[in-house]
Design a protein around this ligand. Structure first.
Ligand SMILES: [Zn+2]
Length: 120
């Protein structure tokens, strides 16, 4: 009979990871992996799903803009830690061609546009 739920890892117990909002990085909760293939240890942090704040912006057709270092490319660019959420209206004014609800922006562009809202 197959048990639902998790199998404890002999080495790592519940084998938890802290889950973070994949947009802003805020902690959302814990994910318990238990015994993984090869009894590996779960990563300490995983970025998956959205926190309520980011979800709200995206649900209302706003746009989340994540600042990244200049020259970064690829799917995991280096983030500076600054992030803004803009409303649907602002999105339509400034970013009407952007399809994705979450975008990366290089800091040389982000700074002049949003720096003043981020405290520097
Ligand atoms: Zn978030």
């Amino acid at each position: 009979m197959e048990e639902k739920g998790i199998t404890l890892s002999p080495k790592h117990g519940l084998n938890p990871s802290i889950t973070h909002c994949e947009c802003c990085g805020k902690e959302i909760g814990l994910a318990l992996f238990g015994r993984m293939k090869g009894d590996k240890e779960a990563p300490k942090d995983i970025y998956s799903g959205l926190c309520d704040d980011c979800q709200k912006v995206i649900d209302s057709k706003g746009l989340m803009i994540i600042e990244v270092r200049d020259g970064e490319t690829g799917n995991e660019p280096y983030r500076t830690g600054r992030i803004v959420g803009i409303t649907k209206d602002a999105r339509e004014r400034m970013f009407k061609d952007v399809k994705s609800p979450i975008v990366y922006m290089e800091q040389s562009m982000f700074g002049p546009m949003f720096g003043k809202y981020c405290g520097n």
